[in-house]
Design a protein around this ligand. Structure first.
Ligand SMILES: Nc1ncnc2c1ncn2[C@@H]1O[C@H](COP(=O)(O)OP(=O)(O)OP(=O)(O)O)[C@@H](O)[C@H]1O
Ligand SMILES: [Mg+2]
Length: 250
């Protein structure tokens, strides 16, 4: 496989254009199982009938694992939002519609979000004290178990808008089945990192369109903020800790 220009570069991977499509090439330190898992997740989501870029292969390139997926020509919704802030309302509307379309799907073999969250919180022994972990796990346990497809990293950089105006969701590494409100809480935090007012606009629209009480999404925030501490693309410990701390006051 011949790699062409780099699209994005992260500490543990590079995304290239290649003849077959897009190649996400991971550093050797990145677990092999995570690469195959991302491919499996994406294949499961394809099977729900959602129109997403198809997985083509997992291959080894120069001793590194690469996930090859179909290329979708276009711009990310993030770029469009930056270039055309005057269209923000329309973009946000479409963005939420897209998230809800995903959440209308089910895929019974995907991992359960609550299990993943519990595992992540239990793994934070060096970062969060035992009392807070207990609070978080108790709250998580009290939340209902749902089975909706949750992208897990739903933000405008993971939406590609083609020239003919079709929207394609990429980056299915974090997909699970679970509660739509937990997925919305993750999206909220990703917006809030950059623009709190925009995050609140997002939440208003999401809650309205999905007929969800805002408090229900807010209840997930400390749990989701804790889970985000385990990610490599961490939103920053100080930012996430603030959102975890609100658990004490509720
Ligand atoms: N199938 C695709 N077609 C066209 N462009 C793509 C495709 N997949 C990814 N891209 C581009 O590459 C960028 C990075 O890809 P991706 O979102 O999969 O990785 P990432 O953001 O580094 O992953 P993570 O969010 O897990 O760190 C996207 O924002 C998009 O610009
Ligand atoms: Mg991405």
């Amino acid at each position: 496989m011949k790699l062409e220009n780099v699209i994005v570069e992260r500490p543990y991977k590079k995304v290239y254009r290649c003849e077959e499509g897009i190649a996400k090439v991971f550093e050797p330190s990145h677990p092999k199982a995570d690469v195959f898992n991302e491919a499996l997740n994406q294949a499961r989501v394809e099977a729900t009938g959602l129109d997403i870029p198809k997985v083509i292969s997992v291959s080894e390139i120069d001793g590194k694992w690469a996930l090859v997926v179909e290329y979708k020509e276009g711009k990310t919704l993030e770029d469009l939002m930056n270039e055309h802030p005057e269209n923000m309302e329309t973009y946000m509307d479409e963005f939420v519609n897209l998230q809800i379309q995903v959440q209308e799907k089910t895929s019974p073999l995907l991992n359960q979000l609550k299990d993943k969250l519990a595992r992540q919180i239990n793994g934070l022994k060096d970062v969060i004290d035992a009392t807070t972990r207990y609070e978080l796990l108790t709250r998580l346990d009290s939340m209902p178990t749902h089975h909706k497809v949750c992208h897990g990293d739903f933000n405008p950089s993971n939406v590609i808008v083609s020239d003919d105006g079709k929207f394609y969701i990429v980056d299915w590494a974090h997909v699970t089945q679970g509660n739509a409100s937990a997925d919305a809480a993750m999206t909220y935090l990703m917006f809030a990192l950059k623009d709190k007012a925009l995050a609140d606009t997002y939440l208003d629209i999401f809650c309205k369109k999905s007929d969800t009480a805002k408090q229900y999404v807010q209840q997930w925030l400390p749990i989701i903020a804790a889970s985000a501490l385990t990610r490599k693309d961490a939103m920053g410990k100080d930012f996430l800790m603030q959102w975890i701390d609100i658990i004490d006051y509720q």
